[in-house]
Design a protein around this ligand. Sequence first.
Ligand SMILES: Nc1ncnc2c1ncn2[C@@H]1O[C@H](COP(=O)(O)OP(=O)(O)OP(=O)(O)O)[C@@H](O)[C@H]1O
Length: 261
Amino acid sequence: MIEVNDVTKSFRSGEQTVEALRGVSFVVPQGRFAFIVGPSGSGKSTLLYMLGALDRPTTGTIRVEGRNLATMTERECNRYRRDRIGFIFQSFNLISNLSAVENVLTPYLPRGINESLRTKAVELLNRLNLGHRINHRPYQLSGGEQQRVAIARALIKDPVLLLGDEPTGELDSKTGDEIYSILRALTAERGTTMVIVTHDRRFIQPEDLVLEIRDGRLVDAPCLSAPHDGLPLPVDSLSQSAVQVDAAASVETTPSVANEG
Ligand SMILES: Nc1ncnc2c1ncn2[C@@H]1O[C@H](COP(=O)(O)OP(=O)(O)OP(=O)(O)O)[C@@H](O)[C@H]1O
């Protein structure tokens, strides 16, 4: 479970202070799919980076599995990122001179790779229908295949949380659909929580949580007062701005704001 409580983030830029996040609170229960949406510059990436312990809030708390990322030491942050978080990026970020299976194993390169890890990597690639591509280099793979290798690389550590920054941004819509089907199947099977930044709301399903940010704040959804089965209930300790978005609200708004930003 992710609990974000009254998080602010300010950046100093010369004489100016940019308030990228202004009191953001929400909860994502374990195993749920959440999307962060909003216009360019609204604070989406800033929030995602903090969930991944790549940056810290200026004020507020971010708890993942009950641990407050805001107060972790640098070393604890590194370990948390290494062991608990999987990242998927828009541009795949594969290493060009390594094969598919070697790319999947890169999280373990500093610690050494044994046969059981290699077997696990090959099994993951098989699950992702890339069994015939394990020795191919990234330039020999299509965009969708490269992203599937990146998903395998993110999943090999059995992360508790998978973070995606526009993971289908460079793919055509059919391949994007395939990538989301895979992500949904694999994360559901493993109980992984998934948080994805996207400009494209086509991939949002009614049961997903939608965290809509505008100008550093979460936008209140109109149906907040009617949580129903399967959706998270408000957490007492969270402020009024805690958004437990009703799925119906996200569906209603989907067509009019697709491909914003
Ligand atoms: N390191 C930084 N230093 C100064 N300002 C920053 C820094 N990082 C982000 N910002 C500012 O914070 C605000 C939020 O940026 P952020 O990248 O989170 O937006 P975003 O919603 O992800 O935008 P996009 O959709 O264009 O990627 C912007 O005004 C941005 O210029």
